[in-house]
Design a protein around this ligand. Structure first.
Ligand code: PSZ
Length: 500
């Protein structure tokens, strides 16, 4: 009964929203190529400045309850479709930020709506289990159908978690437990281990470290925050660990024009990594694991070459450190491959790969030797959410059925080419266009101008995000097609032309 009602409501809402926007949206160049996407709007449509009056009123109300300083505007998720995010003032924006890179196949995708209305799935949404002790009978099948079907090379084990930070936090614990087990020769912990760990002292709480990179972002919980080095505001006032921090290569773009300089820069960073590993071992805080993003995202979309990552992986192996690749932001297809590390072209990319965002559930894949031997070592109440696996399985079906990775590669090429053209046209304003797939970025002459450009672009119907000190980052969903690229480029070009 309830589900019939839901499907009727859904059919009704789709009927209403299938109606396309009034043609000839004022900001969209007529030259922008348009293809009819089943249920999407045909362009941005702006009614007020953003945030509009209704958003401001709601921000004020929420401000009486919590801190609202970061809120951009309030959304109407019911009306949002595909690449278009609609706000509470009726503004419809082309969304190239997608909830900080987290919407895999656009808003209200009909295939996902269908999962919600299937009576067989209701119990997964209504009864959230404590997965570590009482999983539902469908769980092994659903994991196989969803996460294991996209397992990175060499990894057939996965642990789900709630968010990205929580996934990294537990991945770090996994690496520490693995490291200590190796040191003990897999024997039982000593009495000293057991008593000292209860008062946060070694040997039970050992002096081990995780090596991370300047500019990296791995989360905001205490352990993951110790490896985050993108912005001071994330870290200020929070006690942390004295763990080694290596420089991440600062490459020159376009990469193919600066091969010699960039190779030198990467060699410098790799050398520093080895030095730090040796130094921290001498300090009595051996490096149990190295954590790195395939493209530093929050830190400013910093790229490094496949050769760099392969050498780093070898350094980890040589020094018996685990190698953890954080694909929380890069994973899920935006680079044109499902995992960004696939671009490295190696069969053994990592010991741990963590994910969240576009994968809908957080978690991490890991090598069998990193499996903790005892129960309750890597554990919490929910350990993920099986309803997210249902949705993820369908997202993966859509990606395969609609060949979305090829689409991403195609629209990514158009986007990067467009960014290169704009940077050639406005050299005083834009520089360092870079990207892989649609995971692209461009630098603006300074942070203030970047922020201003993002706001102006938003008022003209395109929602963008920033990263690093002065970059704009592009994080569309996987259904962002070439004609969406042209809608954006036309609008952005007009804004740049008028920029003083
Ligand atoms: O300001 C913030 O807290 C933001 S803005 C974007 C993120 C965080 N990204 C999250 C993220 C990530 O990009 C990488 C590479 N690793 C871990 C995380 C943490 O994920 P969450 O936010 O789910 O805890």
């Amino acid at each position: 009964m309830a589900s019939t009602l839901l499907s009727r409501q859904l059919a009704l809402s789709l009927q209403v929203n299938l109606r396309l926007a009034a043609p000839g949206c004022r900001y969209v160049s007529k030259a922008a190529h348009k293809t009819q996407v089943d249920f999407e709007y045909d362009g941005p449509s702006m009614k007020t400045q953003v945030p509009g009056p209704h958003s401001l009123e709601l921000t004020k109300r929420l401000g009486e309850i919590q801190n609202v300083a970061a809120i951009n505007f309030f959304c109407n998720y019911e009306e949002s479709r595909g690449n278009y995010l609609v706000d509470v003032d009726g503004n419809r924006m082309l969304d190239i930020y997608t909830q900080i890179s987290s919407i895999p196949i656009g808003y209200n995708h009909p295939a996902l709506q269908k999962i919600m209305t299937d009576p067989q799935n209701v119990s997964a949404f209504v009864n959230r289990p404590a997965l570590g002790i009482l999983p539902p009978k469908s769980f092994p099948d659903k994991l196989t159908e969803s996460l294991l079907s996209v397992a990175p090379s060499g990894m057939a084990r996965v642990q789900t978690m709630a968010c990205g930070s929580c996934s990294n936090e537990n991945a770090f614990k996994t690496m520490f437990i693995w490291y200590r087990n190796k040191e003990r020769g897999h024997s039982t912990p000593s009495d000293d281990d057991i008593t000292s760990c209860m008062i946060n002292k070694s040997p039970g709480c050992p002096d081990l470290s995780i090596l991370s990179f300047m500019g990296g972002f791995h989360g905001r919980t205490m352990g993951s925050l110790a490896t985050t080095h993108s912005k001071a505001i994330h870290k200020l006032d929070v006690p942390s660990f004295d763990w080694p921090i290596a420089p991440f290569p600062m490459l020159q773009y376009p990469l193919e024009e600066f091969v010699r300089e960039n190779t030198q820069e990467e060699a410098r960073c790799l050398e520093e990594v080895e030095d730090l590993i040796v130094k921290w071992r001498q300090k009595g805080m051996p490096v149990a694991g190295i954590v790195i993003e395939p493209i530093q995202a929050e830190g400013g979309d910093n790229h490094a070459s496949p050769a760099f990552f392969k050498s780093l992986r070898n350094i980890a192996r040589k020094h018996s450190c685990a190698f953890h690749v954080d694909e929380v932001q890069t994973g899920g297809g935006a680079t044109g491959k499902f995992w960004a590390h696939e671009h490295w072209g190696t069969d053994d990319p990592a010991d741990i790969v963590s994910f969240s965002k576009k994968l809908l559930t957080g978690g991490f894949f890991y090598k069998p030797e990193l499996q903790a031997e005892k129960p309750y070592r890597i554990f919490n109440t929910w350990m993920g959410d099986p309803s997210k696996n249902l949705l993820l399985a369908e997202v993966l079906n859509v990606i395969r059925r609609e060949n979305l990775l090829a689409e991403v590669t195609r629209s990514g090429k158009a986007l990067l080419q467009g960014l290169h053209e704009l940077q050639a046209k406005y050299p005083g304003l834009l520089s360092r266009a870079r990207g892989q797939g649609t995971f692209c970025a461009i630098d603006v002459c300074n942070g203030d101008t970047r922020d201003k450009l993002i706001l102006t672009t938003r008022n003209m119907g395109v929602y963008l995000g920033g990263c690093g000190d002065q970059s704009i980052r592009f994080r569309p969903s996987l259904v962002f097609k070439e004609h969406h690229v042209h809608i954006f480029l036309n609008i952005f070009n007009d804004i740049l032309a008028q920029h003083k």
